[in-house]
Design a binder for this molecule. Structure first.
Ligand SMILES: [Zn+2]
Ligand SMILES: [Zn+2]
Length: 384
């Protein structure tokens, strides 16, 4: 039987996109109590699979973890205790508001929510139409008041990224989380241009020459040069090549500066020294042929510090910087913001402002790629 299923799966193309996906929301927050209010559409409220209240536009529910069960009440009525509670949509225009009591802001999500308890806290899954999810991601990752062509490029990138990472949480009963790990998602998008961009690029994804989804890496600002994937990660990917980018040079995150006292700086270097490699090849190690692509920082005793480590440990915006000692201060002057691999968002925004279309944006930052409809992709491998 399994062979037959596998055979059918190989023959059948994947249906364009997953219709619904399961996204864990508030995935890194420890939430014990939430307030949920259905806002649009018609919902059923299920406790362990059975209807437990007739939901109206005015319904407001408080759901709390108590001894690994969920207790639910309206403003004036207790509705019982359950292992799982689901707000299930009956119409296609459903949306609900949610607010953990420990937080100030309310968020709006489309479609369903399933709540269970996990280690004494709420585990909340938004079962959401893929394209609703995608619009929400584009709003978080691309920001507001951007040109439409930029939003279209970002929609194709975020769609590709999500599909490429759809198995990241395999074994955890959901597909994606809502933080940077799987792309940031904080609910429904309400920027009309974003909804338009998602709709007008529907199904489009980026593939390489072998028709595999690419690792659609993106970052805020490359500082004038993007970098090869192997300069940041271990794998060399043919579509993640360094490109010279003049479009981002005068944008918000093009440059940065960070000051340290000589004392703090020396403490940092000395603390690092034990774990470092020593070298005699100072010149070679310090500069690569393309500015901004050096991987290591050299300091006087002949030690090399991987720049990736420095960026994290010192909270630097990028690994593309120079150093100057001025009196009792060390000044790092840098360019760019982020890992600098792939699509440079601020450069792409500027390209779109100058009249370039979204395909030109994507082909500028990703080398040798193609855009295809995801319905033509082979189905993902079947796991046992
Ligand atoms: Zn994740
Ligand atoms: Zn750039």
């Amino acid at each position: 039987m399994r062979k037959l299923v596998l055979f059918l799966c190989i023959l059948l193309p994947i249906s364009a996109l997953p219709i619904n996906i399961s996204v864990r929301i508030y995935s890194t927050d420890y939430v014990k109590t939430v307030i949920i209010a259905p806002k649009t559409g018609k919902y059923l409220l299920l406790g362990d699979g059975k209807s437990i209240d007739s939901v109206t536009d005015a319904s407001v529910y408080e759901i709390k973890v108590e001894n690994n069960l969920l207790s639910i009440k309206t403003l004036n009525r207790a509705l019982g205790k359950y292992t799982s509670i689901r707000l299930k949509e009956l119409t296609t225009d459903c949306g609900f508001n949610i607010k953990p009591v420990s937080e100030k802001s309310t968020r709006l999500y489309n479609d369903d929510i399933v709540l269970t308890s996990l280690n004494g806290y709420l585990k909340m899954l938004n079962i959401v139409q893929f394209e609703h999810y995608l619009a929400g991601v584009v709003e978080c990752e691309a920001g507001q008041r951007r040109p439409l062509e930029f939003y279209k490029a970002q929609a194709v990138i975020c769609r590709t990224y999500a599909l490429n990472n759809i198995a990241r949480h395999l074994g955890e009963d959901y597909e994606l989380c809502d933080i940077v790990h799987c792309q940031v998602y904080r609910g429904t998008a309400d920027v009309p241009e974003i909804l338009q961009a998602v709709e007008s690029t529907k199904g489009l994804v980026i593939v390489d020459n072998a028709r595999h989804l690419i690792n659609a890496a993106y970052h805020s600002n490359c500082g004038g040069f993007t970098v090869n994937s192997e300069d940041v990660w271990s794998t060399s990917l043919p579509y993640l090549r360094a490109v010279r980018d003049t479009f981002c040079l005068n944008q918000l995150h093009a440059t940065w500066e960070k000051h340290f006292s000589v004392n703090d700086w020396m403490n940092y270097l000395e603390k690092k020294e034990g774990s470092l490699k020593k070298t005699d090849t100072r010149g070679e190690a310090y500069w690569d042929s393309i500015p901004g692509q050096k991987k290591v920082f050299y300091y006087d005793n002949g030690y090399l510090i991987p720049l990736k480590e420095m960026r994290i440990e010192l909270g630097l915006h990028s690994t593309f910087f120079t150093m100057e000692k001025k009196g009792e201060e060390i000044i790092l002057r840098g360019r760019g913001n982020g890992h600098r691999v792939g699509f440079c968002q601020e450069g792409a925004i500027h390209m779109a402002q100058r009249g370039y279309g979204y395909l030109q944006l994507l082909h500028f930052y990703y080398s040798g790629i193609q855009l295809i409809d995801s319905s033509t992709l082979p189905i993902a491998p079947v796991s046992n």
